[in-house]
Design a protein around this ligand. Structure first.
Ligand code: NAP
Length: 488
């Protein structure tokens, strides 16, 4: 989050839902200018919500059949005369063609529902442009984040929020009231200067996922290359063995758990860094650097991507025995043993390693699924803060520890086998252990009573070096005041 963003109040956008001063508006006549997709869906929704609807079209005869019979479809000027609230369901490029209606529109509320094709497409927002064309009208920005489809299907299936802004409180209240009757949740976004931000919202593509996705792709690329060198390139160069067939499944399946495991540790690493900074500065009131702030805010997405990779790894692993290469290898081993007249191939240590490795992996995946499910807003909203923090923080950390056990049982003693160092490159699992083990170690250190207590005090508002007033009795028996450091 940039410093500019931080300057805004976190609870700046208040929901108008449940405001007792808002009274039902059904029965009122609402005007709609335009007869396109949005106008049609809007008219249907308004009629279903009990409003009278009058649609203003340039060609009412041709368009009337597209609207419900309860809606009146007439010429633009006629429609505008019949109501005080008009939704302008027309593209910005055509606003100027409505200028002939300026006189009949004077004093009325115009709702700008328009969107752009690009972020910050125009210098001024569409709503501000509309307001400049019709200075005698009150313009309200709203409903643009709702699609025509959501309008038609009702507020049940889509996002229920309708973001509204205007410089006129009364007009904003009227539109909020209409939105509420239609089954939406009006959200007050403040004055008209917010219109630009509201118009950009439908154009943003998963903004919170950009950094975590690039992070996951970056990690995937690094580990994939590393595994490719070890599993495909090394055998080819050293023994002229063609192992390209390993790329689609084996190399991918050794890469996915690495990404998942490291990503999971990256969910908890910023918390550790934040605690270190708080301990170092001795206060919780000093702002974290922007990069750490950003990182802390993306933990949910990083965690979900970690779960996604872990789920893919589980599916790939289940498919390993299905491969033809696997069958050939099994038969080859069996033939070799028959030739060597080997009867007993049971290696007790290997059997135990595999049993523990798989069991621990399943538990880790189960815990990750729980974390992923509870991060969904509908589930998270049903939990209180303690429950949410227990699942995300405590169970999440346990998932990291269990994933570490999964990795260690997978690697077993390979780190100490010199044959495993291809081109002097250590086995991949040893690299993945680096960040998670650092996080686990830091968490253990933070749980030591002396550090835990200090961190707890800081998080409750205690500050190092803060001066507090004290009062001492003087020799004469009078009390004198002074200041001392609370850093004791
Ligand atoms: P559309 O299907 O193309 O309809 C636009 C309508 O504008 C036409 O049917 C036309 O109705 C009217 N219009 C008035 N003057 C015009 C002129 N000079 N030239 C051309 N048309 C003129 O578009 P839409 O999808 O309904 O979108 C309308 C507005 O809603 C846009 O600003 C859009 O950004 C916004 N919006 C749409 C959606 C959506 O899901 N579609 C969602 C959110 C916001 P008459 O011929 O009857 O006059």
């Amino acid at each position: 989050m940039s410093r500019g963003d931080m300057a805004k109040p976190l609870l700046g956008h208040q929901s108008i839902e449940g405001d007792p001063s808002i009274t039902p508006a059904a029965g009122r006549t609402i005007g709609v200018l335009g007869s396109g997709d949005f106008a049609r869906s809007l008219a249907i929704r308004l009629v279903c919500s009990g409003f009278k609807v009058v649609v203003g079209s340039r060609n009412p005869k041709r368009k009337a059949g597209l609207f419900p019979s309860a809606a009146e479809v007439t010429f633009q000027a006629e429609a505008v005369k019949k109501t005080d609230v008009i939704f302008v369901a027309v593209f910005r490029e055509h606003y100027s063609t409505l200028c002939d209606l300026a006189d009949v529109l004077a004093g009325k509320i115009l709702v700008d529902v328009s969107n752009n094709t690009e972020i910050n497409h125009h210098k001024e927002s569409n709503a501000e442009y509309l307001a400049s064309l019709f200075p005698a009208c009150t313009v309200v920005k709203g409903f643009n984040v709702v699609s025509a489809w959501t309008l038609q299907s009702g507020a049940r299936d889509g996002n229920k929020q309708v973001l509204i802004c205007s410089n006129n409180q009364e007009a904003k209240r009227t539109i909020a009231e209409i939105a509420q009757v239609m089954g939406f949740t009006p959200v007050d976004m403040g004055c008209m200067s917010s219109a630009r931000e509201i118009e950009n919202i439908p154009l943003r593509l998963l903004p919170a996922w950009k950094i975590p996705t690039f992070l996951a792709l970056g990690l995937f690329l690094c580990f994939f290359t590393y595994n490719l060198i070890r599993q495909v390139i090394h055998p080819y160069i050293m023994e002229q063995k063609k192992k390209l067939y390993k790329i689609p499944i084996e190399v991918v399946n050794t890469t996915l758990p690495c990404v998942s495991y490291v990503m999971l540790s990256l969910v908890y690493l910023p918390g550790v860094l934040a605690a270190c900074l708080q301990l170092y500065y001795g206060t919780k009131y000093r702002r974290f650097p922007d990069w750490l702030d950003q990182w802390l805010q993306h933990r949910k997405q990083i965690g979900l991507l970690s779960f996604f990779c872990a789920a893919l790894h589980a599916m790939y692993s289940l498919c390993l025995p299905m491969r033809r290469s696997h069958r050939y290898q099994l038969i080859e081993t069996a033939v070799k043993q028959a030739v060597e007249k080997k009867m007993n191939i049971w290696v007790e240590e290997e059997v135990w390693r595999m049993e523990i490795y798989i069991s621990v992996g399943i538990i880790a995946l189960g815990l990750l699924s729980l974390l992923a499910i509870t991060s969904l807003p509908s589930i998270a909203n049903s939990l209180n803060w303690r429950e949410f923090s227990f699942i995300q923080s405590t169970l999440g950390f346990i998932a990291l520890v269990i994933s570490t056990l999964h990795t260690l049982t997978y690697g077993w003693s390979r780190a100490f086998d010199e044959n495993q160092y291809k081109f002097y490159l250590p086995p991949t699992y040893t690299l993945t252990l680096l960040v998670p083990c650092t996080v686990i170690l830091a968490k253990i250190i933070f749980s030591l009573p002396c550090i835990h207590q200090r961190l707890l005090r800081i998080r409750r508002g205690w500050e190092k070096g803060r001066y507090v007033k004290f009062v001492l009795p003087s020799a004469t028996g009078e009390y004198s005041s002074g200041e001392t450091s609370s850093n004791v």
